[in-house]
Design a protein around this ligand. Structure first.
Ligand code: ADP
Ligand code: MG
Length: 347
C-alpha cells in the first residue's frame, strides 16, 4: 500500500525518549520525542555534532539504541535488523558503484538477497522507468549527469520498497549549482512518490527549501520543530534565531527578543533618545552590496571596531532605500523596529 492511499494520515515514524550514549559523558542523542507525519518531507537540522546522523542511523538500524523506542507505522522496530525495518538509506554523493551499469546498481541489493537475475532486472528496470531513467539503464555512473546519478541512487534505495527514505547530507559534496538543482528534484520525487523522507542537513537554507517539517537540534536535544515558516518567523530561542540566520537578537528591559534583519530600519541618530522597545543606538561596522538589498552590519556604540570583529547585528536595507539615504561606515544610527516585528525568546 502506498503512503498516499492511507485512509487517515498517521505517523510514519515515532521516536520515544530515544537516547544514544556512545560512552561516558553527555549522550549524543538525549531522550528525543518526535512524530513524523506519513508522506512528509522532514529535515533534521543543526550544527555539526548535534546528533543528527546518530538519530538517522538509529532509525536505519545502523546504530544500536541506548534507551527509548523507534516506531515505524506503529510497529516497534527498535531491535529489528536494518533490512527488516522498512527503511532505506541514500548516501552522500549517491555512492553508486562506478563499474556497474545503472540497472545493476539498482538491482544490487536484490542480488545480495539471492533474487534471480531475470526478476531483479525486471524490478530494477521498472524502477528506472519510474524515475524517467529507463532509456539510460545500460550506462555506468560516469556516463551520467549529476541529476541522472541521483535518480539512479533514488531507484536503488527504493528497490527494497521502503516506507521511509533516510538521507544523510545527500547534497553536501556537490557544487553549489548542482546542489540547488538536485534539492529541487529530490523534493519533486518525494511528492511524486508520496513517501516519507527524513533528510539530515546542517544547512538551514537547504532545510527551508525542502522541508514540510524542520526539526532543529542542538546538543542531542530538539530545540524546535515546525514548518520552515513557523521556525523562521517564530524562533523559540536565541540558538534557533542565530542558527537560522536573518535575525537579530537584542537584549531589552523585558528580556531577549529577536527581530528579522529585513524587518528593521535604519534612521539617522537622535542624540537625546534613550534605547527603548523599538529603537536602539548602533554604529555601522560593515556595508555590503547584495543586489536587491544592502546588508548593513552594526555594533553597540562604545565597542572598538576592528577588522576581525564580526557584526553583532545586521539590517537588510532595500537597495532603493539605501540609495536615497546612504549611511557611512562608522556612522552612529538608530536601529528601529515595530512591536509586531519583535518576539520574545524563551532562552
Ligand atoms: P551530526 O550528524 O549532527 O554532526 P553525530 O550524530 O554524527 O552529529 O554526532 C553526535 C555526537 O556523537 C558527536 O559528539 C560525535 O562526536 C559523537 N559520535 C558520533 N559517532 C560516534 C561514534 N561512532 N563513537 C563515538 N562518538 C560518536
Ligand atoms: Mg552527520
Amino acid at each position: 500500500m502506498n503512503a498516499k492511499t492511507h485512509a487517515s494520515p498517521r505517523d510514519a515514524v515515532e521516536l520515544v525518549a530515544l537516547t544514544k550514549n556512545y560512552g561516558s559523558g553527555k549522550p549524543a542523542v538525549d531522550g528525543i520525542n518526535l512524530r513524523i507525519a506519513s508522506g512528509s518531507y522532514c529535515c533534521l537540522l543543526g550544527p555539526s555534532g548535534c546528533g543528527k546522523s546518530t538519530t538517522l542511523r538509529m532509525i536505519a538500524g545502523h546504530e544500536s539504541v541506548t534507551a527509548g523506542d523507534i516506531l515505524l507505522e506503529n510497529r516497534n522496530i527498535t531491535d529489528l535488523p536494518a533490512a527488516a525495518r522498512g527503511t532505506a538509506m541514500m548516501f552522500q554523493s549517491f555512492a553508486l558503484f562506478p563499474h556497474l551499469s545503472a540497472l545493476d546498481n539498482v538491482a544490487f541489493s536484490l542480488k545480495m538477497k539471492g533474487v534471480d537475475k531475470a526478476t531483479r532486472h525486471k524490478q530494477a528496470a521498472d524502477l528506472l522507468e519510474r524515475v524517467a531513467m529507463g532509456h539510460l539503464s545500460a550506462r555506468k555512473p560516469g556516463e551520467l549527469s549529476g541529476g541522472q546519478q541521483q535518480r539512479v541512487a533514488l531507484a536503488r534505495a527504493l528497490i527494497t520498497q521502503p516506507r521511509v527514505l533516510l538521507l544523510d547530507e545527500p547534497l553536501s559534496a556537490l557544487d553549489p549549482f548542482l546542489r540547488i538543482q538536485m534539492r529541487a528534484e529530490l523534493r519533486r520525487w518525494q511528492k511524486e512518490l508520496g513517501l516519507t523522507f527524513i533528510h539530515v542537513t546542517h544547512s538551514q537554507e537547504e532545510a527551508m527549501a525542502l522541508a514540510d517539517t524542520m526539526v532543529v537540534m542542538n546538543h542531542g536535544v530538539i530545540e524546535q520543530m515546525g514548518s520552515p515558516h513557523e521556525i523562521y518567523n517564530r524562533p523559540v530561542s536565541e540558538f534557533v534565531a542565530r542558527f537560522m540566520g536573518g535575525h537579530n537578537v537584542l537584549t531589552t528591559p523585558v528580556g531577549k527578543i529577536s527581530v528579522r534583519t529585513d524587518h528593521m530600519q535604519l534612521a539617522p541618530d537622535v542624540p537625546d533618545l534613550a534605547d527603548g522597545a523599538g529603537n536602539q543606538r548602533a554604529v555601522i561596522t560593515d556595508i555590503e552590496y547584495q543586489g536587491t538589498y544592502v546588508l548593513v552590519g552594526l555594533q553597540k556604540p562604545g565597542v572598538a571596531i576592528s577588522a576581525s570583529a564580526t557584526a553583532e547585528m545586521s539590517v537588510m536595507v532595500p537597495e532603493a532605500t539605501f540609495a536615497a539615504r546612504p549611511f557611512q561606515l562608522g556612522e552612529q544610527v538608530q536601529l528601529r523596529w515595530s512591536p509586531q516585528a519583535s518576539h520574545a525568546l524563551a532562552h
